[in-house]
Design a protein around this ligand. Structure first.
Ligand code: CO
Length: 293
């Protein structure tokens, strides 16, 4: 009787193992060599604070998906060249993927650390599509940036609300600076403002290079007679745009424009990647590609 029970346990175990094997196979008998990797792709930054937040994201990804190697790539040429002069060598997505292919990775989850599905995200998709037609990776999938689905929008709204400085009073405005783009995905910024205002009517979203522009935001602030604003970047890194276009002393910076209009400005020089609530949205998105491996 006891022996029968053991035979049954063995049979069930064997069944489970074979099922797991089938699951891992793509039908070409590659399952023995399956090698999964993650590639994190950011615009990049040469700011020290950004390096720290990227390292933190790296730690969070490794903790969340243990045992999966994590690689990095920066899309910005300028930033990669700048870093190279300091002896820090970062790959472009093209080079990073070539190396991963050479290292016999079979399944790659590429995670964009961008804010919207804009031009840079599209470029990354093109690169990935080129790798798809090559012999090498069995699967290569791109994860969503910060805002893609409605659920992401809701999480982003919550993340913005959670990162507003505690000292801010309700009759003081929050003005987020998004990058903005000629790409159709520029609509995400106004969509985010709408959803933020449902929760807090004194939050505004403008962009440096798209719609809504700062003139419109200024008009909205004046219409509500708001006299004090907290300026916050809606960009992963508080880099050049945040330092100069948002908080700089030049007369065309948002701070200067609003101050001139009689609105007191308090710039917060912290990128979204520096906050765990935002970082977790990107980190969670890696589960999307991984579930197909
Ligand atoms: Co720019």
């Amino acid at each position: 009787m006891k022996q029968k029970k053991w035979v049954l346990i063995l049979a069930i175990t064997a069944l489970f193992l074979s099922a797991a094997c089938c699951y891992a196979s793509d039908g070409h008998g590659h399952e023995q060599n399956k090698k999964v990797g993650i590639l994190l792709v950011a615009f990049g930054s040469s700011e020290a604070s950004a390096q720290i937040s990227f390292e933190k994201i790296d730690d969070r990804v490794k903790a969340r998906y243990p045992g999966i190697p994590v690689n990095w790539a920066y899309t910005s040429h300028i930033i990669r060249n700048k870093l190279a002069k300091q002896g820090k060598y970062l790959d472009s997505p093209e080079v990073a993927l070539a190396k991963m292919m050479d290292q016999k990775y079979t399944h790659v989850a590429v995670q964009s650390l961008h804010t919207i599905i804009g031009a840079e995200y599209d470029d990354l998709k093109k690169t990935i599509n080129a790798y798809k037609v090559m012999e090498g990776f069995q699967k290569i999938i791109l994860g969503y940036p910060l805002m893609a689905t409605q659920q992401d929008m809701e999480r982003t709204v919550d993340a913005v609300l959670a990162t507003i400085p505690k000292e801010r009073k309700k009759d003081e405005a929050i003005v987020l600076m998004g990058h903005g783009t000629h790409h159709p995905a520029n609509a995400f910024y106004a969509a985010l403002m709408f959803q933020l205002q449902l929760k807090d009517p004194n939050i505004f979203v403008g962009t440096v290079e798209g719609y809504p522009e700062i003139d419109m935001i200024q008009g909205l602030l004046q219409k509500k007679n708001l006299k004090k604003v907290w300026l916050m970047p809606l960009m992963s890194v508080a880099g050049d745009h945040a330092k100069n276009d948002m908080a700089g002393d030049e007369e065309d910076s948002w701070k200067s424009i609003l101050t001139k209009a009689g609105i007191q400005c308090i710039p917060v020089l912290k990128g979204t990647a520096e906050y765990d609530v935002f970082a977790d949205i990107w980190v969670d998105h890696i589960a999307g590609p991984l579930q197909h491996f």
